[in-house]
Every structure is written in structure tokens, then in C-alpha cells.
Write a protein that binds this ligand. Structure first.
Ligand code: NAD
Length: 301
């Protein structure tokens, strides 16, 4: 069974590490922040414990078994023996680019790099390595252990072999794949980020509060979550960074980030991960309270 490397133990990295460990893979989870690793270990153990409630019918094993398959470390060199590496660090090219240089030097030739970005083109990432044919977009959805399908992005140089290998690996952990060509934001986030941003403008302009916006999407349009709830789930910092990438890549003002989003990020109100964003949350996994924390309301998915 492939030994999996995951770089970044934030919202996405911990979910993907959990997913592979639950399916019996040995996983190395690397982060520069000890605190992120400690919180990832606790979060994974809690999620596995709650699995019978959240995912009836699944048997992921005990929290100890699952976390026991994950090595939590700040040492990037632990990835030397990995067979497949997923990169899940902050959505900032200044952070991702030097990391790819290091990964390229450390990992064995031919080891694929699965890129988990919200908007950065996969071809740009591949150009930061000497193995562009082995670089592929693996856009997991949040929360990764619960979402059945992964958006797979073929970069300009991605080989058929890398696509096939990635599909087989995802199949092995019960994930369907939808393969698309490379473009900033791919399919999902090119549409989703625009929707989220527009919902924020509605709150900013006081057309409706966050609660009202989200209820309209849930109750009138039948969406599982409203756009501001989704933004809170993603993390408002990640939404802002993603919109900035889209704005720069397309040079189109339709992607300009809403000023209210900037204000909440500057205020440290990042959504679920900090307990407050457009909505307030009693805990990281709680459903939103009905009192919105941003003037008017807020969220999306
Ligand atoms: P996050 O901010 O929650 O976590 C990022 C983690 O990366 C942090 O723990 C940070 O300490 C770590 N990190 C930063 N630089 C590092 C380095 N050089 N080496 C190791 N670790 C490093 O971010 P996230 O929400 O988990 O997003 C990760 C990536 O996935 C981003 O590119 C994001 O756009 C994308 N993504 C996010 C979502 C979502 O819903 N949050 C969904 C799909 C894709």
C-alpha cells in the first residue's frame, strides 16, 4: 500500500491524512507549526470517534488505530520515503513555490505531487519542479473524509500515467474523480468563489443579512449550505487568497474581493476555524448559530 505524504496540517491536510489512514495507509503529516500538528491529532481523533454519528455504516477503526498510522512531524525530510505526496499548505504562491523546490529535491524521482490549491493553476505549480509530468491537481472538498468526489486537474504536462495512478489511489479510498483541464479555480472554485463573493457584497450593501442570504439558498433553492456558511467552512482567509489569485490570473474585476471579507480577515474572524466569521460557532464542528457575527449575516460552500 502506498505510503502517503501530506504537507500542511490545516483544515484540508488533516482531513486527507485521516482519509488515507482510515483506509490503512501509512501517512506522514508535515507542518511547520507544532500547534497545527497537535490540533490535527486531536481533531482527527475526535472525528474518528464521531464517525458512527457523522458517517453511519462506516468503520474507520478506533481513534488510536487511525492516528497511530499517522506520523505527525515538522521534519520535511520524513517525506523521502513517500510514494505519493499531497501538498495542502496555505493558499499563497510565496509559500507554495519554495516548498515545491524542497519537495522536488527530497522526494524520489517519479513520486507524484497532488496539488491541493483552490485557484492556483497546476501548470504554474508544475513549473516550480523538475517533474511537471508527475504534478496533478487533486482538489479535495471540505471536509475530505465526508466528501465522495475529488476534482482532478490535468496540468499542461501531466502524464496519462500520473492521471491513472492518481485515479487508482483515490478509487482505493472510495473517492470518485472528475477530471478537468487546467484553469485558475478549475470548475468548482471559478464559480463558487464568485458566488461567495457576491453573497458577501449583498451583506456589505445591507440588502440582506447573512442569515437571510443563507436561508434563501437553503430554503428556497434547496442548497445544503448557504454561500456565507460555505465561506466560513472554507476559512475566510483562504477565500480571500483564492479571490486574489483569480483576480490576478484573469485580470477581471468581477473577482475583486468584497471589502467586508477583507475586514473580517483583518479582524481575525476567519469562520469556523476561529469560531466566528459571518456566523458564530460554539465549537469548530458546530452548526452555525442563528445570530450572525458580521453586520447582517454571512456564508457559502
Ligand atoms: P489552512 O490555513 O487551514 O492550513 C494551512 C497549513 O499549512 C497551516 O497549518 C500552516 O502551518 C501550514 N504550512 C504553511 N506553510 C507550510 C510549509 N512550508 N510547510 C508545511 N506546512 C506549512 O489552509 P487549508 O484550508 O487547509 O488549505 C490548504 C490548501 O487547500 C490551500 O491551497 C487551499 O486553497 C486549498 N483548499 C482549501 C479548502 C477549504 O475548504 N479550506 C478546500 C479545497 C482546497
Amino acid at each position: 500500500m502506498d505510503r502517503i505524504g501530506v504537507v500542511g496540517a490545516g483544515t484540508m491536510g488533516r482531513g486527507v491524512a485521516q482519509l488515507f489512514a482510515e483506509h490503512g495507509h501509512e501517512v506522514v503529516l508535515v507542518d511547520t507549526a507544532e500547534q497545527a500538528l497537535a490540533s490535527a491529532r486531536d481533531g482527527i481523533a475526535t472525528n474518528v470517534r464521531l464517525a458512527p454519528l457523522l458517517r453511519p455504516g462506516t468503520r474507520p477503526g478506533s481513534p488510536e488505530e487511525v492516528t497511530g498510522r499517522i506520523r505527525f512531524t515538522t521534519d520535511l525530510r520524513s517525506l523521502r520515503t513517500a510514494d505519493y505526496v499531497f501538498e495542502m499548505v496555505t493558499e499563497d504562491w510565496a509559500v507554495k513555490r519554495p516548498l515545491y523546490g524542497e519537495l522536488d529535491a527530497l522526494c524520489r524521482p517519479g513520486v507524484p505531487f497532488g496539488v491541493n490549491t483552490s485557484a492556483i493553476p497546476i501548470t504554474r505549480v508544475a513549473a516550480a519542479t523538475s517533474r511537471p509530468e508527475h504534478v496533478i491537481g487533486t482538489h479535495f472538498m471540505n471536509p475530505a473524509p465526508l466528501k465522495p468526489t475529488v476534482e482532478v486537474i490535468r496540468g499542461h504536462h501531466t502524464s496519462d500515467d500520473t492521471v491513472a495512478r492518481t485515479r487508482a489511489l483515490l478509487e482505493g479510498v472510495g473517492r470518485r474523480q472528475i477530471v478537468v483541464a487546467d484553469s485558475p479555480g478549475f470548475v468548482t472554485n471559478r464559480v463558487a468563489m464568485l458566488t461567495v463573493n457576491e453573497a458577501m457584497f449583498l451583506v456589505h450593501e445591507q440588502v440582506a443579512g447573512a442569515d437571510e442570504v443563507d436561508r434563501l439558498f437553503r430554503e428556497c433553492l434547496g442548497h445544503a449550505m448557504g454561500p456565507l456558511e460555505t465561506a466560513d467552512l472554507i476559512g475566510l482567509d483562504t477565500v480571500l487568497l483564492s479571490l486574489q489569485v483569480l483576480h490576478e490570473e484573469f485580470n477581471d474585476p468581477k473577482f475583486r474581493p468584497c471589502p467586508l471579507l477583507r475586514r473580517l480577515v483583518e479582524a481575525g474572524l476567519l469562520g469556523r476555524k476561529t469560531g466566528r466569521g459571518f456566523h458564530s460557532y460554539a465549537s469548530a464542528s458546530a452548526t452555525p448559530s442563528r445570530s450572525a457575527s458580521a453586520s447582517g449575516g454571512a456564508h457559502h460552500g
